[in-house]
Design a protein around this ligand. Sequence first.
Ligand code: PLP
Length: 414
Amino acid sequence: MHYFNLRDNRLFAEEVEVEKIVEKYGTPIYIYSSRTLKRHFHAFDSAFYSIPHITCFSVKCNSNLHVLKTLKEEGAGSDIVSGGELFKALKAGIDPKKIVFSGVGKQDHEIREALYADILMFNVESMQELEKINQIAISLNKKARISFRINPDVDPKTHPYISTGLKQNKFGIDINDAIYAYRTAKELKGIEPVGIDCHIGSQLTEISPFLEALDKLKYLYTELKELGINIQYLDLGGGLGITYKEEEPPHPKEFGEALSKSLAGYPLTLILEPGRVIAGNAGILVTKVIYTKNTSEKNFLIVDAGMNDLIRPSFYGSYHRIAEVKPSGRPIKKYDVVGPICESGDFLAKDRELPEVFAGEILCIFSTGAYGFVMSSQYNSRPRAAEVMVQGDEFFLIRQRETYRDLVYLEENV
Ligand SMILES: *Cc1c(COP(=O)(O)O)cnc(C)c1O
């Protein structure tokens, strides 16, 4: 459910007509619905009401400060994967006691920054990283709370680029090495093992892989307890999928009930790291048709948003629904919707059926609130798009459109 709907044959974001936002701020533009973000956060968070839990929004899927602030107001913590994300999460006012730090390549300065901020825990992904965190913690006279990110070897049945919990993936430590890892960690002066973590992938549309992973973590928890290692947090990562086209992911309520039931009676706080399921359908990308072009093979719609603005179709072959902001009712044609970038891989949709569209008209690309703007670049020296937040009948800029100055500023001032 989201709040981008047609009203009197016009696309609205909450109470604001999308075309009005375009008139003021131009295209391409990302538009987020504050009400949708909050609704999704609550639907997810409240699904775990019966057990102790912390919902740590995955900052990497949408790191706009205003998005983070909106979720923080609702009680969200953060799952971060870099020092930059820590910086943004703290700037948004997120409570450090609700921040967990994942990622295979944490650097010294990032570890130091997280220790200074006194975050809840590091999700450690290798023994070298453990040693590094230990040294830095000792040098700062601190103790780092850690969990190991366990690779449970569970198939999430999703796109290979976003599968992370299989043996061949770079993430986490092998579950068979976990006992050794915790025993080692327990002996280190700068380390306090407090959690067990995993994150098996993204855009999962079934609950069973999560339950399978959870069973493995629960078993490990019991083994560790027998060794005198007392774990308090169980972090199951993110990964719950959304509907882009015809996927039917479980409702967060169903997901929450299944996990809560599996954990009932365990004296553990569950940590969740949802990203896409909160932000994905809370954002749209709006673009203008620059030209139409028909060849013997194809009808092209050349739009002003390219793969530098939204890379998911090019990168993962992802489907995003596309619709007119003012449905015309014209006869259906088949189009390739492509951007202005000089790459054949620069497309937003292929062989897509749309009512006939003319140059100058405005299209909306749905489900782009997660892994949209954050993955954008200036490729082809294109200034990045603007971002707008809608709140009821109000809307405001939450990131200015980049200008030509932004293309050269860091190169001229060296
Ligand atoms: C990307 C990521 C998430 C969020 O995944 P979603 O599929 O967006 O929910 C959570 N945790 C970690 C460690 C991640 O890398």
